[in-house]
Design a protein around this ligand. Structure first.
Ligand code: SF4
Length: 208
């Protein structure tokens, strides 16, 4: 399983986005409504990589427009990161879910989905050439850093790593949906504050 045969050589983000509509690199395309590629500034210094689109994103075809995306926008604003400073995408471009009655419940993508979809992420990295990649959650970090990556151990640190697309500067933090899941009150405030602090670290790293 791999998206490689659908990824065009060269071309800009719009070319990649158009090509991804035909991708059959794994089975996730079939039950999903549509591919959800990326949004934001293709010349941005920061690339934010999430896990996969959610229910709202799948319906609208735009990443980070659901509740987790709205929380991310608030965290970015609080960290002083402007819209023009970010390009947002996901490690997996189709929504993986299970059906429960009329509801579609998020299902974490497996390692084989991350691997299958990685050619798109690699093409985006080569096209956007961000100064820093922020991995939102463990799935995005594992896609770029391998399955042994542990978010709890290395969260919030600016790392320089060799990857299949060459050396990258990366920082891993919580996925905004993990912050959303924390109960309202001090635990939630701490999780949100941690996400904001990590985004501030990322912003400082590209400004310096
Ligand atoms: S999830 Fe990725 S590899 Fe799988 S079909 Fe969608 S775009 Fe292709």
């Amino acid at each position: 399983m791999s998206a490689a045969e659908w990824v065009p050589e060269g071309g800009d983000v719009d070319t990649l986005r158009r090509a991804a509509t035909d991708c059959r690199g794994c089975e996730l395309w079939e039950p999903a409504t549509q591919v959800v590629f990326s949004a934001g500034n293709p010349a941005a210094p920061l690339m934010l990589v999430g896990e996969q689109p959610g229910d709202s994103e799948d319906r609208r075809g735009i990443p980070f427009v659901g509740p987790a995306g709205q929380l991310l926008q608030r965290a970015l604003a609080e960290a002083g990161v402007g819209v023009a400073d970010v390009y947002v995408t996901n490690a997996v471009k189709h929504f993986r879910f299970t059906e429960r009655g009329s509801r579609r419940i998020h299902a974490t993508p497996q390692i084989n989905h991350l691997k299958a979809c990685r050619p798109w992420l690699e093409a985006e990295l080569q096209t956007v050439r961000p100064r820093l990649v922020v991995c939102l959650g463990a799935s995005a970090a594992k896609s770029l850093l391998g399955s042994s990556f542990r978010l709890t151990a290395e969260r919030g640190q600016v790392m320089e790593r060799e990857t299949p697309v060459g050396p990258l500067r990366l920082l891993a933090t919580l996925h905004p949906s993990a912050v959303l899941r924390t109960p309202a009150g001090p635990e939630h405030d701490e999780a949100f504050g941690g996400l904001v602090a990590d985004l501030r670290t990322a912003a400082r790293a590209v400004a310096g």
